[in-house]
Write a protein that binds this ligand. Sequence first.
Ligand SMILES: *Cc1c(COP(=O)(O)O)cnc(C)c1O
Length: 374
Amino acid sequence: MSDKQQTQPILLTPGPLTTARSTREAMLRDWGSRDPAFLELNARVREQVLVIADAVDTHVCVPVQGSGTFAVEATLGTLVPRDGKVLALINGAYGHRMVRICQVAGIATEAHEWNELEPVDPKVIARLLDADASITHVAVVHCETTTGILNPVAAVAAVVAERKRSLIVDAMSAFGALELSARRVPYDALVASSNKCIEGAPGMGFAVIRRSALEKCEGNARSLSLDLYDQWRGLEKTKQWRFTPPTHVLAAFDQALRSHAEEGGVNGRGARYRANCRVLVDGMRAMGFHTALPDDLQAPIIITFLLPKDPKFAFETFYQGLARRGFLIYPGKLTKADTFRMGCIGHVQPDDMRRALVAVRETLDEMGVKECAP
Ligand SMILES: *Cc1c(COP(=O)(O)O)cnc(C)c1O
């Protein structure tokens, strides 16, 4: 089969995600890392990220090679000083991962955990901060991709700012689709990656960091390659990355950012994801499936469904049936309930969601599943 005829699978997952053809085509060219056109591309990308974050005057964008976790690790390791202490807010796997990152880096950490189906609670955070003056930083996940739950980041930011601590937001699965204006929601760092809601190729992450905070971070890093202070200084001085940049990923990201702006920025992208989410949730409920979360806690990013109790239902068979029909889904990650997940993000449209629902129906019929309630 030629490349053209080959149909792409639709990735209904938390990432990597379906990308637009224009984004993939942007990778058909090689770049010299010192080429002026490439340096310009870098500057353009960094600026556009700040535009999306509404942080042009206050923050800087520091990109880093690797997946999203590398960027979270780089941000925590760079921002938190040797005598600092992180309060990590946990209601899913990505909160736990931030604690692991701190432990490996030798950063003092206090972890506070909520049930996976509950948002983090600003009142509790206020109490924890008032009780421990040694906490310097608070780390929170915007959309916890484990379940798809939305955390009240604006309210958390207000509590943290009032107490003059520093806020680090893992906005990996929300940035570019859910509004979070740095002008209205004070944070010192926000972390995201090239391949979630911006719909670029996977391979790099970035942090949007308050300039006045980053200026104080020289020598904090616990790792050479994940030192965002050094990376920032290098980019400012030479316009170049310190080590081999992911050139093709950056070119794809540049194109993906253009498509993001053409779609209407955060509002346009968010509206398409909300439409995808509505079609998916309504269609699945019509077949009898139950979502793990109530609609008011659900972000239009990824949906957790409870496994049907029908003995004919087996996740692996369901997965294979959907895969044969061109849709890749994801297992669940809840500790207490059997679930699977379907994403609404990436270069997918409401019509793709309708076709996915047809594929779900056909697969269930093939399996002989009649009852989709848990
Ligand atoms: C995807 C994601 C990450 C990073 O995961 P990688 O696999 O390292 O790209 C971090 N936090 C959240 C909330 C995510 O959704």
